[in-house]
Write a protein that binds this ligand. Structure first.
Ligand SMILES: Nc1ncnc2c1ncn2[C@@H]1O[C@H](COP(=O)(O)OP(=O)(O)OP(=O)(O)O)[C@@H](O)[C@H]1O
Length: 232
């Protein structure tokens, strides 16, 4: 079933066009890789899906609803930046999310935080980049959301933690949930992606089922990425 529809979306910043007449659809129950080089428009698209910025033209719908109050309740978004106050302890971050989001599962958050090797009495300001990434992801995946939108969740994370993160993302994606992950780290993500969407200069240059690409083109997603962007 179709979950998300992007129709003729253009986003102009004052000095730059970040997306140009983009069209795409996302189906329920799959893990999507939103892939592309720096500046291809991944973050811009994700922020629009989360309802943080507006398209200059075109429309985005989630479950046939325009981006707004209802769609925001369906989307759990993890930004690349740190949105958690540095003075808070992890246990306070759990409370903060619990207060803020009706669909937040406190027990799930505690389990995930423990699984990620974090202690609840640690302060956000004392966490390394990798630890902070693991905390942000644990909180975002503890919402019972329809769509998880994760902007570069593997950035700054060591290889062992990456595996844990991918396992957690995989567990989060059940039949009724969908995950969109942006990344340059295609090799690491390869095993969990059902679908791939390649962006270039604000538009989709190639998209489809990862397994079909492997069979039809005889390439891994990492090789396909290199092929798509060889002239970029
Ligand atoms: N607030 C802004 N003001 C002006 N231009 C912007 C702004 N945000 C993004 N851009 C521009 O829009 C284009 C798309 O940026 P975006 O951050 O969406 O790309 P990205 O694919 O996420 O890149 P990266 O992989 O480096 O994070 C880039 O050319 C960028 O410079």
């Amino acid at each position: 079933m179709e979950l998300l529809k992007v129709e003729n979306v253009t986003k102009k910043y004052i000095t730059k066009k970040a997306l140009e007449n983009m069209n795409m659809t996302i189906e329920e129950g799959k893990i999507y890789g939103l892939l592309g080089p720096n500046g291809s428009g991944k973050t811009t698209l994700m922020k629009m899906i989360a309802g943080l910025i507006q398209p200059s033209s075109g429309k985005i719908e989630i479950m046939e609803k325009k981006i707004g109050k209802e769609s925001k309740q369906m989307v759990s978004y993890m930004p690349t930046s740190n949105h958690l106050p540095k003075w808070m302890k992890i246990e306070q971050c759990i409370g903060y999310y619990d207060d803020y989001f009706e669909d937040f599962d406190r027990e799930k958050a505690k389990e995930l935080i423990d699984f990620m090797g974090l202690k609840e009495n640690l302060k956000v300001g004392a966490l390394s980049t990798g630890m902070l990434g693991r905390l942000k992801l644990s909180l975002v995946l503890s919402r019972n959301a329809k769509l998880y939108v994760l902007d570069e969740p593997l950035n700054g994370i060591d290889p062992i933690s990456r595996e844990k993160i991918m396992q957690t993302i995989l567990n989060a994606c059940q039949e009724e949930n969908t995950v969109i992950i942006s990344s340059h780290l295609v090799k690491e993500l390869e095993t969990i992606l059902d679908e791939v969407i390649f962006l270039e200069k604000g538009n989709v240059v190639l998209s489809g089922n990862a397994e079909n690409f492997r069979i039809e083109k005889g390439m891994s997603m990492d090789e396909l990425y290199r092929e798509v962007y060889k002239d970029a």
